[in-house]
Design a protein around this ligand. Sequence first.
Ligand SMILES: *C1O[C@H](CO)[C@@H](O)[C@H](O)[C@H]1NC(C)=O
Ligand SMILES: *[C@@H]1O[C@H](CO)[C@@H](O)[C@H](O)[C@H]1NC(C)=O
Ligand SMILES: *[C@@H]1O[C@H](CO)[C@@H](O)[C@H](O)[C@H]1NC(C)=O
Ligand SMILES: *[C@@H]1O[C@H](CO)[C@@H](O)[C@H](O)[C@H]1NC(C)=O
Ligand SMILES: *[C@@H]1O[C@H](CO)[C@@H](O)[C@H](O)[C@H]1NC(C)=O
Ligand SMILES: *[C@@H]1O[C@H](CO)[C@@H](O)[C@H](O)[C@H]1NC(C)=O
Ligand SMILES: *[C@@H]1O[C@H](CO)[C@@H](O)[C@H](O)[C@H]1NC(C)=O
Length: 790
Amino acid sequence: MHIPLLSSLLLSPLDALHSLSHQLVYALFASTPFVSQPMTGEYLLGLGIADITGPVVETNMMGYASLAQTATGLHMRQRARAFIVAEVASPADRILFINADIAMGDSGVRRALLAALAEEYGEGTYHAGNVALVGTHQHSGVGGYLENLLPQITSRGLHPQTLSAILSGTLLATRRAHASLAPGSLALGTGRVENGSINRSPTAYRANPAAERARYSDAGGEDGDQEWGVGVLRFGGAAEDEAERGFLSFFGVHGTSIYENNTLISGDNKGMAAYLYESSIEPHAMPGNTTYVAGFVQGAVGDTSPNTLGAFCESPGQPYDGLPCVANSSTCGGRAQECHGRGPLFDKDLAGSGELGGWGFESNTEVGRRQVAGVRGAMGFSGSASASSDSGLQQGPTAKTELKAKVKRQGGKGGMQPVHGPVRSAHAYVDMSGYEFSLANGTRVRTCPAAMGFSFAGGTTDGPGAFDFVQGDNKTEGEQNPFWELVKVFITPPPSKEQAACQAPKPILLNTGFAHRPYEWAPSTVDVQMFRVGNFVMVIVPGEPTTMAGRRLRETIHARLVSSGIFGDQDDETHVVIVGTANTYAHYVTTREEYAVQRYEGASTLFGPHTLEAYIDKYTSMVPFLANGVQGPGWERPQPPSDAPPKEQISKAISMQTDVKFDAAPFRKQFGQAVEDVRSEPYRAGETVWARFVGANPRNNLRLEGTFIAVERLDAAGTWVMVKSDSHPSTVYRWKRESTILGTSSVRISWTIESNTPAGIYRLRYFGDSKSLGGKISAFVGTSGNFTVG
Ligand SMILES: *C1O[C@H](CO)[C@@H](O)[C@H](O)[C@H]1NC(C)=O
Ligand SMILES: *[C@@H]1O[C@H](CO)[C@@H](O)[C@H](O)[C@H]1NC(C)=O
Ligand SMILES: *[C@@H]1O[C@H](CO)[C@@H](O)[C@H](O)[C@H]1NC(C)=O
Ligand SMILES: *[C@@H]1O[C@H](CO)[C@@H](O)[C@H](O)[C@H]1NC(C)=O
Ligand SMILES: *[C@@H]1O[C@H](CO)[C@@H](O)[C@H](O)[C@H]1NC(C)=O
Ligand SMILES: *[C@@H]1O[C@H](CO)[C@@H](O)[C@H](O)[C@H]1NC(C)=O
Ligand SMILES: *[C@@H]1O[C@H](CO)[C@@H](O)[C@H](O)[C@H]1NC(C)=O
């Protein structure tokens, strides 16, 4: 059950990075003359999935920045999904798009990944220009991997084990994608994720000009304050009748369906959508072991929320309990902490169904399903979804009517349009602490060194009171958080007059751009990147643009693509999508009007009121580098002017994560012994079967590409066959420390039996690894009693 593929790499990423054998194997692949194969597809396509799940216990979770959110187990594993597109005639012209089930891309992870890829495939294959490390922006994954200090505060510094898991998994996903390169075709479609998101800062959105808002009135949400369009890039085989291999889809919605009070590692709504899609194609494969790869990519996510019913007061005993929060401030009785968004299945969540009630898991599955439905619509599997009014794809002026006509004409695969044309990438590092440029009216302006405003501390309706340590009594907080105690002496210096004026009207809470000790609190230099595949352009953004900020960026770039002759004039088949939280995490990007309102997103727009315009200026200046005729090939093509890459921080990182000391079984018991077992009466679908075992710390072995638990079924030949892993949403792995002094712990495994489960004899298994006082790690297996389903 434990798949030992990566086990040798787990605790030793450096060994992984320097693995010579892999290098040899893949050097062969890299030099395989693909051109000698019969080619009907226009591109070489590669897809791969791998496990990136860090330590699932005793580790702060990433996203909500909540000190209290320490992982206690596993709901579903986090995955990286890698997609490669290369030109057949010029394979050096390629892109590697990694969609990782993490909160956000990070410059430290990316730097290490690029170094490993250069070592394995040579300098010119995968490089800073053509590799995008994109986070799904989920908020229930393992924390501690970002290299800047601010996002490390609640995780008490860097967690090398998390970083190593993400690194080895993204590398493995890439290897698998690279090894699967084969001729194929690409097609584009658009669908709609109905009620897939809500604007969580509508009072800021409405500060944008009415005429501008009116242009998007049917884009989605309330009066167009959301983009419900979803763009899909389908990866197909070379021949018309060959099965498709996967897709990248682009839709902006926060990965905050699962609440901040959950402590099970999971993938939030995009991880769920990917599981639902992949398992619908290959129902018998274990999660993460499909050949079909479904990429649910984050879009302009800034002001989106999956809590589509709106935000309500959770204020027991108060007259406003259960009423909507005060809109402008998202507070209840003046308190942000009591205002919470509700997902679409809030009632079911509240009622608490089975093992996972109360933390938003029902709504999470629903928001995942809605995204799946949107993608299926774009693929032409159902109804009218492909031709809906406005989509996440930017189209020319006549797009709406033209697209409808095409859908009718082409029928079949939902009117998806084939993609033709070159593969190009453009990338630059940009120092955003003082980027100087001209506004449209000619005024010279510059961005400011990073700073966070006061509203940042208020958090959002998806996760109120982020970084509450800032407002609390620092002594108590220091006791809660030794990392904060350590770094608070380096607290950000008070802003200068110049900085205050530059950032105005933002009142500065954390002057992070001037905080360099013990290492950089926030990034100053970010990755600005675009990928082009034929008539499709991905704008890859180092942060979270709001809905309107994303539109301004997208439309300006589209116009530049047309004016520079790369896209045809009036060409409705040209598409631009925004890709969020990629490469570097530089927080939010609002429009200038939204910035003036200073809600959470404006307060978290790091580089001042002109942040968006600065990005628009830089991205549009890079458009000519996507042209067909740019002298090449591959990484030898000229690249846009770039600042120096950001300085690495990881070697300076403080880590407060202590090692596992040792594990022990209680007196007269053994590791893996069932201490509470399944019952002897048969179980029925809908019921939860569970058992508790003498456990050991799962940090001893992450079992990447493997599983901590299994549900096994006795087949006709009398062999036990694994039918569920720790990544099925129906199974839960929970670890509990019993005694720190004695080193004892227990593990509870549960399975909520699906309605389509075949009758038969089953058992639960637990795969653990214990650490002796001397440091030796030994694997063991626990097995429950047999039980009957039927
Ligand atoms: C934090 O503690 C220091 C010294 O213990 C004290 O001077 C300061 O006022 C405190 N700050 C807050 C916000 O309580
Ligand atoms: C979307 O939500 C609104 C308001 O709750 C509802 O009236 C509408 O029927 C929903 N649309 C779909 C397609 O579910
Ligand atoms: C809320 O914001 C709107 C404008 O967005 C403003 O007209 C209104 O006065 C504000 N209400 C409060 C209570 O601040
Ligand atoms: C993963 O899939 C491969 C074939 O695609 C199969 O050989 C292998 O046993 C599967 N692993 C698991 C854990 O199911
Ligand atoms: C978790 O948080 C949500 C949002 O505040 C709340 O509605 C829910 O009741 C909480 N769940 C539990 C189990 O406390
Ligand atoms: C140019 O636009 C900016 C932003 O709207 C404004 O602050 C500035 O005054 C304008 N300059 C001129 C010369 O109109
Ligand atoms: C469980 O089933 C297997 C296979 O039939 C059998 O060998 C084993 O003895 C059973 N265990 C128990 C505890 O009944």
